[in-house]
Design a protein around this ligand. Structure first.
Ligand SMILES: Cc1cc2nc3c(=O)[nH]c(=O)nc-3n(C[C@H](O)[C@H](O)[C@H](O)COP(=O)(O)O)c2cc1C
Length: 194
């Protein structure tokens, strides 16, 4: 692993966790995409679960070969889940997308942008319980967007509260640290493990 490989650009996939129409996820994802595109150390891949077919009845334990997003997830160095809170947890399609895959998550960091009345904190914290089973780690910082539906302008664009962009950058810097730290382990440490 050369210095360039360790410190070079990282591919970060944003997973949009709401699949309903209409959805608050749209202006939030647009805002997130604008902010993350401006970060110079990453290449962004926006993965919208609403556009992906992952039938629950075709899922195999440990992941399935036919996933239309397996390659995109495998190619990512880290993940940001944009996740709303539904009934004090995260939406079912998020768990389905997680379960459909396995090695794609391994030895990678996961960060969260949550939203809901309380910023989606219960969705975020419940997701943290899941990822160690997939050999993924979650980063300490998260971005929580409480009552984000009250922060849309006349054109429907999300106007983040003060401090939000700074919090996003702090979280992304932590994601970068973990992504760089874990990248050398992805191939070697996965070999031979079930
Ligand atoms: C089925 C359902 C359950 C919800 N439960 C909660 C909840 O427990 N806590 C909360 O803060 N918001 C809850 N909400 C409100 C959502 O956080 C809010 O509608 C948000 O905009 C949903 O994101 P979306 O429009 O991108 O799907 C719920 C919404 C739905 C559709």
């Amino acid at each position: 692993m050369t210095e360039d490989n360790v410190n070079g650009r990282l591919r970060i996939a944003v997973v949009i966790g709401s699949v309903r129409r209409p959805r608050l996820a749209d202006p939030l994802a647009a805002w997130l995409e604008r902010e993350l595109t401006a970060i110079d150390w990453l290449d962004l891949d926006m993965i919208d679960l609403a556009s992906v077919s992952l039938p629950m009845h075709e899922m195999q334990p440990g992941g399935a070969a036919a996933s239309p997003i397996a390659g995109r997830l495998a190619g990512a160095d880290g993940f940001v889940f944009l996740v709303p809170e539904y009934n004090h947890s995260f939406p079912a399609p998020v768990k389905n997308a997680i379960d459909w895959h396995f090695t794609e998550w391994a030895y990678k960091p996961v960060a969260f942008v949550g939203y809901g009345a309380s910023g989606g904190i219960r969705a975020v914290e419940q997701l943290r319980v899941i990822f160690p089973e997939l050999r993924a780690t979650t980063v300490r910082e998260s971005v929580l967007l409480p009552m984000a539906w009250e922060r849309l302008d006349a054109d429907g664009r999300f106007l983040p509260p003060p401090g939000t962009v700074q919090a996003l950058h702090v979280m992304m810097n932590e994601l970068r640290t973990w992504a760089r730290a874990l990248r050398p382990h992805r191939v070697t440490d996965l070999a031979g493990r079930a």
